[in-house]
Design a protein around this ligand. Structure first.
Ligand SMILES: *Cc1c(COP(=O)(O)O)cnc(C)c1O
Length: 384
């Protein structure tokens, strides 16, 4: 690809890091303390304030955050955890990682999130937890979720990796509920390069989180050290924490910009070739979602090209796109555990036909228009 083309290439996502944050990172690097320390403490405190004062502990990835949440809940071999096949594979992998059994249920094709009717039906005496995912930042029906959990005495470990700043009936995701896990991967609405945070119920859980985060060690005084559980190496560096702090200041603006761009997407796609052919748009939620992604579903039976070719066409027009996600139960690791095609039809269909279009806070209105023109053009060109 030539330089010119690269210059106006529209990526699917691009983190927005301001100069103050970059300068702040330089200060941390010069400070002599670069791994977990004062910046991390501040980041945890600001996150805790953001979530209404609940205890928050950081980790070096969203995946680590989820795994430790499961360990804190005491979930392990013999336990079942109900989750969705339409997520990043980390969601189910962490359940395997702690030795428990992932029980998958299909998604609701409208919300693309796990279907709570199916969750209720999947509960057995071995079920210990529900692990919902808020795909693209759209929460599930939180009232219903917690009603089910209460009735069946289950833990809820929310994979809110994509839902930083999402709300439910005006309350922030993470400010209520059981354990809530976030990811700060560069693609997410708030990034710390890599990282994650767990919102906990009480100080006891927070202490466990700190212990599991660093080798299972507890320290007392200058030279007292004890290790009584098997922990890992999951702490967040101060460099990463400083990036996260810089992002947190702008999160409200980031999410407001995403919402504005999403409204523009809906307007621009209205009445175009893509919709006429049957392209499906995301649910029009302008209340709760932080609009982590804008995902369309292609009408593959009306097109002479497959999804990969569709994405290649976007790329040729200088537009990035992505797949979030292939249904995870179709991966070999899960097929080897008895899952397979035909088990979760809505997730499989979405996994085959969905395309994630560009959406990020520094994207412009004319970028949205360019994407919509391209999508309509490709649909027009390759309609059967
Ligand atoms: C990003 C993401 C994760 C994993 O987060 P990492 O920080 O990449 O480990 C887990 N679940 C979902 C739904 C995600 O989007």
């Amino acid at each position: 690809m030539s330089q010119d083309q690269q210059a106006d290439y529209l990526p699917m996502v691009r983190p927005e890091i301001d100069e103050e944050t970059i300068a702040g990172v330089a200060d941390v690097l010069r400070s002599g303390w670069i791994t977990t320390g004062p910046q991390n403490q501040r980041f945890e405190a600001e996150l805790s304030a953001y979530f209404g004062g609940r205890p928050v502990k950081t980790f070096n990835s969203g995946t680590a955050t989820m795994e430790i949440a499961l360990r804190i809940a005491g979930i392990g071999p013999g336990d079942e955890v109900i989750t969705t096949p339409m997520s990043w594979v980390a969601t189910a992998n962490v359940i395997l990682e702690v030795g428990a059994t992932p029980v998958l249920v299909d998604i609701d094709p409208l919300t693309r999130n796990l279907d709570l009717d199916l969750v209720e039906r999947a509960i057995t005496p071995r079920t210990r937890a529900i692990l919902p995912v808020y795909l693209a930042g759209l929460p599930v029906d939180m009232d219903r979720l917690y009603a089910i959990a209460r009735e069946h005495k289950l833990r809820v470990i929310e994979d809110a990796a994509q839902a930083m700043g999402s709300t439910w009936k005006g309350r922030r995701i993470g400010s209520f509920g059981d354990m809530v896990s976030f990811s700060f991967h560069p693609n997410k609405n708030l990034t710390s390069i890599e990282g994650g945070a767990l919102v906990l119920n009480n100080e006891e859980e927070a202490k466990l989180a700190v212990k599991y985060r660093l080798q299972g060690i507890t320290r007392t005084g200058y030279d007292g050290m004890e290790c009584d559980v098997l922990g890992g190496k999951y702490n967040l560096t101060d460099v990463a924490a400083r990036v996260g702090l810089g992002q947190l200041q702008h999160l409200a603006r980031f999410n407001a910009q995403r919402l504005t761009l999403v409204r523009h997407y809906f307007e621009q796609l209205e009445g175009g070739a893509a919709l006429k052919l049957g392209t499906q748009l995301p649910p029009r939620d302008f209340e709760n979602s932080n609009w982590h992604m804008f995902q369309i579903m292609l009408p593959l039976d009306k097109l002479s090209i497959d999804r990969a070719a569709f994405m290649a066409q976007l790329h040729q027009r200088g537009i990035g796109s992505g797949v979030h996600y292939p249904a995870l139960h179709l991966f070999k690791l899960y097929r080897a555990r008895g899952f397979g095609p035909g088990m979760f039809l809505h997730a499989e269909q979405f996994g085959r036909a969905s395309v994630t279009l560009p959406l990020f806070s520094s994207m412009r209105r004319e970028d949205v228009e360019r994407v919509c023109r391209a999508v309509n053009e490709i649909c027009e060109q390759y309609r059967i």
